[in-house]
Design a protein around this ligand. Structure first.
Ligand SMILES: Nc1ncnc2c1ncn2[C@@H]1O[C@H](COP(=O)(O)OP(=O)(O)O)[C@@H](O)[C@H]1O
Ligand SMILES: [Mg+2]
Length: 189
């Protein structure tokens, strides 16, 4: 599993950042205060969020207001990772997107999406889509013989608005373990 692109909005110094075509070996250089540590902290943030929840991940970093880009307190924090991952013997380009906002003074997950292209053609297919307390998941995802129309979509309820769906839902344990593995290999500078 290899991370190929990162897109960030309103995470500390990164009001808007996109890094594409990340090679397997990559060196980050820049003057002091340009965001090198912050870039790696994004992996640390996701790791903490997966291990615990987003509230804890924010708290150890000073809270939502400290982490969100200065002057953007009313906006959401967005993190999007694209990575290659083997799903049923085939390498796929998977997108994981997370939008965190503040509601009634508490940090909440506003949207969490996991999607990838099922075939060579066609637009990316969502297999997890969490929005406003509801999560839609595809339950027979790994059956690639089925057309998109035949996929079984199920609505599930999450325990808490600050626990990631990929952590809270049993069928994503395998995915979570893989993502966690990649995040663990990424050093904290
Ligand atoms: N919430 C925030 N909004 C905007 N800038 C921030 C925020 N939090 C930290 N910063 C700034 O980000 C910079 C720190 O970047 P850092 O990742 O430590 O840089 P480097 O590791 O390249 O030296 C500092 O200039 C700091 O003021
Ligand atoms: Mg640094």
């Amino acid at each position: 599993m290899q991370i190929v692109s990162i897109k960030i909005k309103n995470y500390r110094v990164f009001e808007s950042l996109e890094i594409k075509n990340i090679p397997a070996f990559c060196v980050i250089i820049g003057a002091n205060g340009t965001g090198k540590s912050t870039l790696f902290d994004i992996f640390g943030f996701l790791r903490d969020a997966l291990k615990n929840n987003i509230r804890q991940a924010l708290q150890v970093r000073g809270g939502f207001d400290e982490v969100v880009t200065r002057g953007k307190k009313e906006e959401d924090i967005e993190i999007e990772l694209k990575f290659r991952m083997k799903i049923v013997d085939t390498e796929r380009l998977v997108t994981y997107q997370l939008i965190i906002g503040k509601e009634q003074k508490r940090p909440v997950i506003k949207r969490e999406i996991l999607r990838y292209k099922r075939g060579e053609y066609g637009s990316p297919y969502h297999f997890l889509d969490f929005r406003k307390g509801q999560v839609y998941v595809i339950t027979n995802e790994e059956n690639f013989e089925q057309t998109d129309e035949e996929l079984e979509r199920e609505e599930q309820q999450l325990e808490s608005q600050d626990i990631l769906a990929i952590k809270g839902l049993g069928q994503f344990q395998r995915f979570k373990a893989k993502l966690f593995n990649v995040l663990n290999l990424t050093p904290n500078l």
